[in-house]
Write a protein that binds this ligand. Structure first.
Ligand code: HEC
Ligand code: HEC
Length: 301
């Protein structure tokens, strides 16, 4: 057996350097000091042990078979959490029901939006719903990004009153839903390249009002684009064709992006939410989205 060698006289000695006693063990010439356990560590340990004994008595602590000791205070956080959720649900149900309408009748969303008390309670929930379901594409503030339209401006593909928005959200755009809206920007790949380039330049100049309708490109635009994009390119809500005259864009309105749009066409997909959100959730979101535009308008004035 190996172990510490003992001093021949096997007695603790006083270490000449520190003044502490040694244990009397000699580890191959190295002697061990018998330093007392530091009090600064000892007291917290004693307190911690006392605290745990008190906690075992007062709080749920020890498993006993499939059960556990309940503690004298009888705390049950699970039951508390469930009760808390019930209270929250009950508080929400009374206002959420107003977004459901009655029977087959859709609720009057404009009237709901005009009720400031209801809005104060509903909009925070709508904001969370938007963050969870819509922000990934439309941005946390609904300001959109390349390929995804802004929802916080007054430029709509289909319309910005809550009922129209609810229809867009329910059935989607170019979505695999039987009621989906269809938005087809056709590919003009049959058109001579020079004409497409001229058109791209023309469309890129529209927002600044620098496009000349009397030019050759203006004539091309009139013949090929106005049917969907409206007179002067002001937009066609019936076919989801965006206005080409304002600063709001989906894909981009520089000449190169417009050239790509004309050449290859576009068919943006907005998912249908009918299967994923309840009708009252969709109505709630639609009032919220309509409000985003109003807020931005107000800020711009
Ligand atoms: C997967 C990406 C994606 C998600 C998620 C998404 N959208 Fe969209 N949304 C789009 C795209 C793309 C369009 C434009 C489609 C097009 O190009 O015609 C669109 C269009 C819209 C429009 C039409 C805007 C107009 O001008 O008429 C509304 C309203 C809308 N989304 C609301 C929502 C809401 C509310 C949610 C959350 C429930 C949501 N979207 C979630 C991609 C998305
Ligand atoms: C059949 C209807 C239709 C015709 C014709 C049409 N467009 Fe479109 N266009 C659309 C639709 C719908 C969209 C939106 C596509 C989407 O949201 O994905 C669109 C989108 C665009 C965009 C993208 C706008 C943006 O915000 O990024 C441009 C640019 C455009 N069209 C230019 C033209 C030009 C130029 C012509 C004529 C050569 C034309 N379109 C003809 C329906 C049409």
């Amino acid at each position: 057996m190996t172990g510490p060698a003992h001093d021949p006289d096997d007695r603790p000695q006083i270490d000449p350097v520190t003044g502490y006693e040694t244990t009397g063990h000699d580890w191959g010439g190295i002697k061990e000091l018998n330093t007392p356990f530091p009090k600064i560590v000892l007291w917290p340990m004693i307190l911690a042990i006392l605290y745990s004994v008190v906690a075992w008595i007062l709080l749920p602590a020890w498993p006993v078979g499939r059960d556990y000791t309940r503690g004298l205070l009888g705390l049950d956080q699970q039951a508390e959490a469930v009760a808390g959720l019930r209270r929250l649900d009950a508080g929400r149900e009374d206002w959420m029901a107003r977004f459901a309408g009655s029977g087959d009748k859709a609720p009057d969303l404009a009237a709901l939006a005009a009720d400031p008390q209801l809005m104060a309670r509903a909009m925070p929930a709508a904001h969370r719903l938007f963050l969870d379901n819509c922000a990934a594409c439309h941005g946390t503030a609904g300001s959109g990004g390349p390929g995804f339209p802004a929802l916080d401006d007054a430029d709509w593909l289909w319309g910005g009153d809550p009922a129209t928005i609810a229809q867009t959200v329910t059935a989607g755009i170019n979505a695999p839903d039987p009621d989906t809206r269809q938005a087809q920007m056709p590919a003009f790949d049959w058109m001579p390249r020079a004409d497409r380039q001229a058109l791209a330049g023309y469309v890129a100049a529209l927002p600044a009002g620098k496009a000349d309708p009397a030019s050759a490109a203006g004539k091309l635009f009139e013949d090929n684009c106005v049917a969907c994009h409206g007179e002067g390119g002001a937009g066609g809500l019936m076919v989801g064709a965006p206005s080409l005259t304002d600063a709001s864009v989906i894909y981009g309105q520089d000449a190169a992006t417009v050239y790509a749009t004309i050449s290859h066409g576009r068919q943006g997909v907005m998912p249908a939410w009918s299967g994923r959100l309840s009708p009252e959730q969709i109505n709630l979101l639609s009032v919220y989205v309509a409000g985003l535009a109003r807020q931005a308008e107000g800020a711009g004035q």
